[in-house]
Design a protein around this ligand. Structure first.
Ligand SMILES: Nc1ncnc2c1ncn2[C@@H]1O[C@H](COP(=O)(O)OP(=O)(O)O)[C@@H](O)[C@H]1O
Ligand SMILES: [Mg+2]
Length: 254
């Protein structure tokens, strides 16, 4: 059974259809990269998976559980959306840390809120887990710093720890290094690479082509709201079949 199954997703904004019949699936432990020009619909797709946008049509299944089915009226209610969102973690281009909280507090915040709601508050366990994650991100000496006291690369690593703190089934990255100075992209790509080595299930939207080729098992090329080509990443990057994919890749490599 696939960990994620996306079937026939469509999404329009006003009169523009931004996603046109998107279907793909992925397996537990896989890293999937999504590439494509600006405006091709990559962010909208991630936002649909994270329930920040509601698809107009389609089905989203995680571990066989149908989280969204446009044919079922119930899927459109807000009540269960927060719970569904927990299946996915999302790391944004612009970090989006809470400026008034330290690195450690940023990582602990959501798990604390959630455990309070469910009446299972175990602040010590949450703190221990947050410290472990920050350590894994190479930030054990930065846990008490506020976002403005951290570099962009450090902030993004805190954001990754924060996304992992809720144990998502699938961790999604939306151009995680695009807002960083070039000398800071390496440290973020390194932690993503190590997550891939630990078989973290991930979807990575990126313009870092050689990184995507190395790290991902599977790659998806989006163009104008459709998946123009998808396949094992070595094949897609080294031997693309569609003329448009070839053009896109060669434009970035030159
Ligand atoms: N909230 C929105 N309202 C209207 N148009 C949007 C909205 N979000 C995205 N779009 C449009 O959808 C298209 C795809 O955008 P996006 O998903 O951000 O692409 P990408 O991430 O591949 O650059 C763009 O033309 C963008 O202008
Ligand atoms: Mg985008």
């Amino acid at each position: 059974m696939s960990i994620l199954e996306v079937r026939n997703i469509r999404k329009s904004f006003e009169h523009t259809e931004v996603l046109k019949d998107i279907s793909f699936s992925m397996e537990q432990g896989q890293a999937v990269s999504i590439i494509g020009s600006s405006g091709s619909g990559k962010t909208t797709l991630l936002r649909c998976l994270n329930f920040l946008e509601t698809p107009d049509e389609g089905i989203i299944r995680v571990n066989g559980e149908t989280l969204f089915d446009s044919a079922a009226a119930e899927s459109r209610s807000d009540a269960s959306i927060r719970k569904k969102r927990l299946h996915f973690g999302l790391v944004f281009q612009s970090f989006n840390l809470f400026p008034q909280y330290t690195a450690l507090e940023n990582v602990m915040l959501a798990p604390n809120l959630l455990s309070k709601e469910s009446g299972t508050a175990d602040r010590d366990a949450i703190r221990t887990r947050a410290l472990e994650l920050l350590d894994q991100m190479g930030l054990s000496d930065r846990t008490d710093r506020y976002p403005h006291q951290l570099s962009g690369g450090q902030q993004q690593r805190v954001a990754i720890a924060r996304a992992l703190a809720l144990h998502p089934d699938i961790l999604c990255f939306d151009e995680p290094t695009s807002a960083l100075d070039p000398e800071l992209t390496g440290e973020v790509l390194r932690v993503i690479r190590s997550l891939a080595e630990q078989k973290t299930t991930m979807i990575i939207v990126t313009h870092e082509m050689s990184f995507a080729r190395d790290v991902s098992d599977f790659a998806i090329f989006m163009d104008g709201g459709i998946i123009l080509e998808q396949g094992p990443s070595t094949e897609l990057f080294d031997n693309p079949k569609m003329e448009r994919t070839k053009q896109f890749l060669s434009a970035l490599q030159s």
